[in-house]
Design a protein around this ligand. Structure first.
Ligand code: BES
Ligand code: MN
Ligand code: ZN
Length: 501
């Protein structure tokens, strides 16, 4: 989306760009194709490495001016560690951290050959490219002035990956590219300001997936009322902006009647807290309270873009939580679509009200194999886990384990927290079937207990992404406020456990 980085694939004899990247193993071992470029290269590398104390540790880089005889401006050496440990290398993070070191707006060639002369596997090539694509994303849409000497986007503009077999590498990258653009779409949705991205605009953007063959259904307030989604509508009733629910459907399995998998996202396009209004400091961050919905849209784009062999539903609840003469009050009792009644204690616990109706609708209408929901649901999850792990809650050990595995493989990690009847009691209400907050203790858990009352027997995972989805720190593969967290995780869950082979 906001990464203008282009990739090309070429063989080792191809013409070189302005910068040449060469992977270097420990003991300064160069790939044969690099050594062949010019006879003096090994000596130059040895001297420069000594001067700069470059030991070719994994992800370390060293920039050299190119010697005579090599038709490039610069050579960037990138360390890959011991020759025999390369199976353990993470090419995604290596690609990302390498990308940050490359001169901006120039063409770069990467020589993808191991010091042993072995070719890179196509997966390693594709991971490196994805890491670069992710790191090169930045959100500049509302900057009208560029700083002197800075391009619109950081990092190079064209990367040519020099590989042993360019056609198979190109093919493997195609599906990674779809994942990368899904992540970058999610990031953009999270980064957009709340005056631009309100519920109906968000719905329009999700509607764009139709071009990829995703079926789109946009439910407007009239239809939501007819369905009985009163809990969701109650959150939006204090806003000038109308609420929406979007159902996306990707039918990629061989059999279009095969039971789908389902993903549900919280899409509060701005959360003031409502009548239980939040303090002013940092309230602007609440534009990111739709990161769950953004992830679901990004995921659907990734699945459709790489033509995943799976049937998948993506459902997002889009509302704006505002204080107003028509806003809901603490003390109100609303009847959810499920028929269960909810006493509103705090209008700032709005995400669970939105999810309650969308979860119920998805569960009863599509009877999915499982539901994974994502929501920036509680500040308490930041207290518990910080910004490194998302909180995972589940009624199904198998699904929870699959997500943990996908988390380890993608680096988008999850940590399971308990659900139990003892916590469930904390949200019983004196006046209704339940109340929307459970007090100060275990805030992320009581929120999850609330959601569990709307999923029936469906295998279900709730991911609390308040810490991971927004306000994100820079990492090897991200420099965006909205991280796009969860797209790679859930794509991997589908790819490894739910796709027809
Ligand atoms: N959107 C917030 C949670 C949040 C906090 C997301 C920080 C991202 C960063 C959510 O709607 C909320 O306000 N939760 C309350 C719940 C409380 C009233 C029970 C919270 O966490 O304080
Ligand atoms: Mn809130
Ligand atoms: Zn919220």
């Amino acid at each position: 989306m906001t990464s203008s980085l282009k990739f090309a694939f070429a063989d080792f004899q191809a013409e070189l760009g302005a910068t040449l990247v060469i992977p270097v193993a420990e003991d300064l071992l160069l790939p044969p194709a690099a050594a062949a470029l010019t006879p003096g290269l090994q000596a130059l590398v040895t001297r420069a490495a000594e001067a700069e104390r470059f030991k070719a540790k994994a992800q370390a880089t060293l920039v050299l001016l190119a010697p005579d005889g090599v038709p490039v401006e610069r050579i960037v050496l990138v360390g890959v560690g011991p020759v025999d440990a390369r199976a353990k290398l993470n090419w995604l993070t290596l690609g990302g951290s390498l990308c940050a070191k490359l001169p901006s707006a120039k063409s770069v060639s990467v020589l993808m050959e191991h010091a042993t002369g072995e070719a890179f596997s196509v997966d390693d090539v594709a991971d490196l490219a994805l890491g670069m694509e992710l790191k090169s994303y930045s959100f500049e849409r509302y900057k009208t002035k560029k700083k002197d000497g800075e391009g619109a986007e950081p990092g190079p503009s064209l990367v040519t990956l020099m590989v042993a077999n360019k056609n198979t590498a190109k093919k493997a990258f195609k599906s990674r590219e779809a994942i990368g653009s899904g992540v970058n779409l999610a990031r953009t949705l999270v980064n957009e300001p709340p005056n631009v991205l309100f519920p109906s605009e968000f719905a329009e953007r999700a509607g764009q997936l139709e071009k990829l063959g995703v079926e789109i259904e946009i439910l407007e307030e009239k239809q939501l009322r007819k369905l009985g989604m009163r809990a969701l509508l109650a959150v939006g009733q204090g806003s000038e902006k109308e609420s929406r629910v979007v159902i996306m459907r990707w039918n990629g399995a061989g059999d279009e009647n095969e039971q789908p998998v389902a993903f549900v996202g919280k899409g509060v396009t701005f959360d003031t807290g409502g009548i239980s209004i939040k303090p002013a400091a940092g309230m602007e961050d609440m534009k990111g309270d739709m990161a769950g919905a953004a992830c679901v849209v990004g995921l659907m784009q990734a699945l459709a873009g790489r033509k995943a062999r799976v049937n998948a539903i993506g459902a997002i609840g889009l509302v704006e939580n505002m204080p107003d003469g028509n806003a809901q009050r603490p003390g109100d009792i609303v009847t959810s679509m499920s028929g269960q009644t909810i006493e509103i204690i705090n209008t700032d616990a709005e995400g669970r009200l939105v999810l309650a109706d969308v979860l119920w609708h998805v569960q009863t209408t599509y009877k999915p194999k499982f539901i994974v929901d994502l929501a920036t649901l509680t500040g308490a999850i930041l207290v518990a886990l910080g910004q490194e792990y998302a909180g995972l809650f589940s009624n199904d050990d198998k699904l929870a384990d699959q997500l943990s595995k996908a988390g380890d493989l993608t680096g988008e990690r999850v940590w399971r927290l308990p659900l139990a009847a003892a916590y469930d009691k904390m949200i019983d209400s004196r006046f209704a079937d339940m109340k929307n907050t459970g007090g100060r203790f275990g805030g992320s858990i009581t929120a999850a207990q609330f959601l569990q009352r709307f999923v029936g027997e469906t295998p279900w995972v709730h991911l609390d992404i308040a810490g991971t989805g927004m306000s994100s720190p820079n990492t090897d593969t991200n420099r965006s406020w909205g991280s796009g967290w969860g797209v790679r995780l859930l794509d991997r869950l589908v790819a490894d456990f739910y796709e027809d082979k």
